[in-house]
Every structure is written in C-alpha cells, then in structure tokens.
Design a protein around this ligand. Structure first.
Ligand SMILES: Cc1cc2nc3c(=O)[nH]c(=O)nc-3n(C[C@H](O)[C@H](O)[C@H](O)COP(=O)(O)OP(=O)(O)OC[C@H]3O[C@@H](n4cnc5c(N)ncnc54)[C@H](O)[C@@H]3O)c2cc1C
Length: 301
C-alpha cells in the first residue's frame, strides 16, 4: 500500500501486513487482514486515516466479539482500538466520559463504584465501548444508546467531531450515523443510586450468563438478532438444530443462538452453518433471521 508505506515513518504505532485475524476474533477463525494497524494513540490513527488512499476500505476493530472475517481475508486496513482511547472519568450531573477503547465490563464496574446505576448490563458484554456504540449492544433489558448524551468521532480524513445522540438513528443492535466516521469516545448519563446494589446486580447478571451461555468456548455471542416478539434461540431449537455441525462449527447445545468453534472451524464452516440455520428456520418456522454478527472479507478463492 503505497500511501501507507509513505507515511510509515510518521506513524508511531505498528503497521502489520497479512495479519491473521483469527487471533483477534472471539471465534478464533478467519482469514488475514491485508493491513493491520496497532496505533500508538488517536493522533496516530488520524495520521494514518489522512494518508490512506480514498478507496481503501477501513475496518475499526474492538475485541472482535461480534465479527467474522472470511477465510479469503479482509482486503483493506483494520484499525485495532484495544489499548488506546482509555480515558474513563466521572463528570458532574451523573455523566461518565468513556473512551472507545475502554472495555464494556470496566465501564460497568466503574459506574457501580461511582454509585451510578443503569450500566450493570455492560458487565457481561465482552467488547469495547466503541463496539457497544456501533452495535447498540444490550442485555437483560439495558441498551447502550439510551444512556448516550453525545459521542466523539473521527472521520476518514482524520478530523474529530462531537455529535449529539440524536444525530444517529438507533434501533435494536443497529446504529446509523454520518458515513465514514468512527467512535472515539462517548458521554453517557446514568442514574445515581446504590453502588453496592449495582455491584450485586453485575454479579447476578454474570451468574445468569454462566448458567445460560456456553462460557469458555470460542463463540461470537448471539449469531442472530431476535425477530419481533420472539427469540431466535427458541426458533432454532424448535427446528431441532442444537448440536448441528459443519466442519469444526457446531450449534451450541446450551444456547441455540450460539455457534461454537469447537474443532478448528474455518470461517466458511461457521458461515455455512449460519446459512443452514437461517434456511431451516425460514422453511420450518417462516421467519427469516437477520445476523447480528458482522461478516466481512472475501471467501477463500
Ligand atoms: C460470549 C458473548 C456474549 C455476548 N453477549 C452479548 C450481549 O449480551 N449483548 C450484546 O449486545 N452483544 C453481545 N455479544 C456481542 C458483542 O460482544 C457486542 O456486540 C460488543 O459490543 C462488540 O464489541 P467489540 O469491541 O468486540 O466489537 P467488534 O466485534 O470488534 O466490532 C463489532 C462492530 O463494531 C464496529 N466497531 C468496533 N469499534 C468501533 C468504533 N470505535 N467505531 C465504530 N465502529 C466500531 C466494527 O467495525 C464491527 O462492525 C456477545 C459476544 C460474546 C462473544
């Protein structure tokens, strides 16, 4: 990549080529990124963005807990956000400013310690604040965006913006805002309350997860979003799909909306199983499931 090579000397972070993405995805499967940038900080990201060719595809990457990269790889630049944008502070009026690189779990614990309630649901979501903003992540009745006052973003040219929450169209696991902008921080508002109670809430939500989800396995959480007034897991289970396998990928016996990589699955095993589940549910239950996980890249040639 000529432009990146030109700017390499200006970059303080690490620019890697042909980076195996399986190491960065909770499914532990998938192809390589042509270019993978581990920035020193946000200014470093701005330098890279400004120098990239206009037609270069850019993928922001948190903890990869909701992403699958196909086996043929991602033909663009991945920006790794873990380790940068770590600011986390309590402000007046029950507000918390969190960098996009803070983990959702850390945000939940921070709020409980600050005697703020409403952030407990973040505790079990194994991603970063940036991923939670992009996905409108939620659990147990809580969701990210109802707590957002404003967000900070960076655009394709490396310019920073502050945007009010109402500049985004937000739905269930769906967020739409200005094109080619990515989240760098968010200002949240929570309620004041009893921190001890919030911490107990966190513990109880984590215990519920351990009971209902295949913890300790390589998976991406819920593969499909729930259709209106129903649960994807219920529909999948009703089709008898628990335990169905393609290659090393298998539908979890514990939670039917989870697909586990239990034996060196390729991304194409996982995607083929996703499509098998989708087709079967459509045929038997007359509901077309929509994936929650983001699938990017090219199939294996
Ligand atoms: C065991 C398990 C349980 C889960 N439970 C839940 C749950 O209860 N509720 C829930 O909602 N999700 C759940 N998930 C899914 C996932 O954890 C969430 O969607 C999480 O918010 C994704 O964060 P991430 O940092 O891993 O994002 P990634 O997978 O790295 O990225 C997800 C998407 O966000 C984009 N993105 C990442 N960072 C940014 C940024 N800074 N700016 C703009 N776009 C960005 C990426 O390009 C990608 O499209 C679960 C996953 C697992 C593995």
């Amino acid at each position: 990549m000529a432009a990146a090579a030109m700017t390499r000397t200006q970059l303080r972070g690490e620019l890697r080529f042909n980076e195996p993405m399986a190491a960065h995805l909770s499914w532990r499967a998938g192809g390589c990124a042509r270019c993978y940038f581990v920035p020193a900080d946000l200014d470093d990201v701005a330098v890279l963005l400004a120098a990239l060719p206009e037609d270069e595809t850019v993928l922001w990457h948190g903890l990869g807990s909701n992403t699958l990269v196909r086996d043929g790889g991602f033909n663009g630049t991945v920006i790794a956000t873990q380790g940068i944008m770590q600011e986390l502070e309590r402000l007046e009026n029950n507000r918390v400013r969190a960098g996009a690189g803070v983990s959702s779990a850390k945000l939940a614990r921070f709020c409980a310690r600050a005697n703020l309630v409403g952030a407990e649901f973040f505790a079990g979501i194994p991603g970063l604040v940036g991923g939670a903003l992009a996905m409108n992540a939620g659990a147990f009745g809580g969701e990210t965006w109802p707590h957002v006052v404003e967000v900070e973003t960076i655009d394709r040219q490396g310019r920073r913006h502050t945007r009010a929450a109402d500049e985004f169209r937000v739905g269930y696991r769906h967020v739409e805002g200005p094109a080619n902008e990515w989240f760098t921080a968010a200002l949240f508002r929570f309620e004041t309350g009893d921190g001890e109670q919030a911490a107990a809430g966190v513990r109880s939500l984590l215990a519920r997860r351990a009971q209902t989800q295949p913890t300790g396995t390589a998976n991406c959480g819920s593969v499909f979003v729930n259709p209106p007034n129903d649960h994807a897991a219920r529909l999948i289970e009703a089709c008898g799909l628990k335990g169905t396998r393609i290659g090393g990928a298998v539908v979890s016996e514990k939670h039917a909306n989870f697909i586990i990589n239990d034996d060196n699955a390729s991304a194409s095993d996982i995607e083929a199983l996703i499509e098998l589940v989708r087709r079967t549910v459509e045929r038997q239950q007359h509901v077309r499931l929509r994936t929650e996980v983001r699938i990017v890249g090219e199939p294996q040639a």
